[in-house]
Design a protein around this ligand. Structure first.
Ligand code: ZN
Length: 479
């Protein structure tokens, strides 16, 4: 049924910039402080208080805009967005209306099957956050915390370029990766540093005109964005099929019931009665500052992935995974300086290390295994002082105890047995005790050797050098 329809999605990301102070006052932005302890007359909107633009927040905004290939506005102007809500003490939000600080950019989103897909960025603008309402369970009243009021927020809006919930997920992943490379935000969705709203409509395939769009909010993870949009597309298609009207409205994602629910009819821009912020003078940014910033941008995920393929001979897939997170890419490169088998290195990081990260729900830094410690372990495999199989267990132990590989191997007696005489002794014993398998082998059943190798490994607790065991068994079996 869905193939008869096209889904049209535009995304709005709000990114909290990691500055020490708020966007227009000197209040601290530290997370998790007692409610209303980080406020002042400016962010509480007392009459007569005057905002001053946070330079760092502004420069971070330009940095993001440049990394997203946007044009920078010549004159920077702020506006008041007027509305009344208990979390907004001033009754207006300082934002940017008709002249966002940057516009017309794009993100090339890597896709697993085929070339990158370009998502166009309509605008990136700087604004301030509102406070936070708290609704205690069973209480008659709601509470408000203004610590968040006035925090610098960057709004990143795409064109309605995205045509599936899956593509929305991929765009968000690529965007977050770029933002992390810029080190302008912790991008932590759980703390609300990165939030995403979506506009979604459907139309019959081939139609030019856009359908009625619905805004979806309250999606606190990329996974929920994908699920909410998928639900919403199906809901809208069902309405069209039933010849019912789609209402232009804002809907909330209910992550428990896995449905979107109607919240309110959607406001239009004119409802906000935007006008220029009279307390912040428009200003012109020196072009040289912008050009210097452009030159100073870090190497971003896609060019870095290309370099990983060229410089380290990795597959596109491995390079993509490693460069998807800046800390992971840095970690790989630090190891690569000391360890030349890059393919094996990538396999360990994307394999066993990634598995540990998943089980523990931490990133590479959270594992607490230093690059030089991983390199030590890999070198021990290479010089055969530990078997590949044992090394996997040693890695888990390294994560758990923060001990070095060498320490663990020697204290637990895990060294690989490469001593010929020792292996020979066990081989003889195994052959003597498994006459049937020996006869099977000699009678032409070549696979019987697998069982015999297994027996030797078992007797040596997996520590015998498997290649040596294989060779020696064959020798004794008359080859
Ligand atoms: Zn303040």
């Amino acid at each position: 049924m869905t193939s008869k329809y096209e889904t049209v999605i535009g995304l709005e990301v709000h990114l909290q910039l990691e500055t020490d102070t708020k966007a227009f006052c000197g209040c601290s932005t530290e997370f998790g402080k007692p409610p209303n302890s980080q406020t002042c007359p400016v962010c509480l909107g007392f009459p007569g208080s005057l905002p001053v633009l946070n330079e760092k927040a502004f420069l971070y905004s330009i940095k993001v805009a440049l990394a997203l290939n946007c044009k920078i506005q010549e004159i920077i102007k702020f506006d008041r967005k007027n509305y009344y809500y208990p979390d907004l003490p001033k009754n207006f939000q300082i934002s940017q209306f008709d002249m966002p600080l940057s516009y017309d950019g794009f993100v090339d989103v890597p896709s697993a099957d085929g070339p990158a897909k370009r998502v166009h960025i309509k605008r990136v603008h700087l604004e301030e956050d509102a406070g936070k309402l708290i609704h205690p369970v069973k209480a008659a009243n709601s509470l408000v915390d203004f610590n968040r009021a006035g925090m610098p927020l960057l709004e990143i809006v795409t064109e309605p370029d995205i045509n599936s919930p899956e593509a929305a997920y991929d765009y968000l992943t690529a965007l977050k990766s770029i933002l992390q490379y810029l080190r302008v935000s912790d991008c932590d969705m759980e703390k609300g540093s990165l939030r995403c709203d979506a506009n979604i409509s459907v139309r019959r395939a081939g139609e030019k005109e856009l359908g009625v769009k619905v805004e979806v909010k309250n999606m606190n993870s990329f996974k929920w964005v994908r699920e909410a949009l998928s639900f919403e597309a199906d809901r809208q298609i069902a309405l069209v099929e039933a010849k019912e009207r789609i209402v232009q409205e804002t809907r909330l994602w209910d992550a428990q019931k896995l449905v979107t629910i109607s919240m309110r009819s959607k406001e239009e821009a004119h409802d906000y009665r935007y006008f220029p912020e009279p307390d912040l003078v428009p200003f012109i940014v020196d072009k040289k500052i912008i050009e210097d910033m452009r030159k100073a941008l870090p190497e971003l995920p896609r060019p870095r992935a290309d370099r990983f393929v060229k410089e380290y001979g990795l597959s596109g897939y491995d390079a993509g995974v490693l460069t998807g997170q800046v800390d992971l890419a840095d970690y790989f490169e630090e190891c690569a300086r000391e360890y030349t088998n890059r393919k094996a290195l990538a396999n360990w990081i994307n394999g066993d290390m990634a598995a540990e990260m998943n089980t523990r729900n931490v990133n590479i830094l959270g594992l607490g295994v230093r690059p030089k410690d991983l390199v030590e372990l890999l070198k021990m495999i290479d010089d055969q002082s530990v078997s590949g199989k044992t090394a996997k267990d040693v890695l888990v132990e390294m994560v758990e105890t923060k001990k070095r590989a060498g320490e663990i191997v020697s204290s637990k007696g895990l060294s690989q047995i490469s001593d010929k005489d020792k292996i020979e002794e066990v081989v003889r014993d195994v052959l003597a005790r498994n006459e049937r398998s020996v006869n099977d082998y000699k009678g032409g059943k070549r696979t019987a050797i697998t069982f015999l190798v297994g027996q030797v490994m078992k007797q040596t607790q997996g520590k015998a050098n498997p290649a040596m065991v294989n060779d020696m068994l064959k020798k004794h079996l008359g080859e």
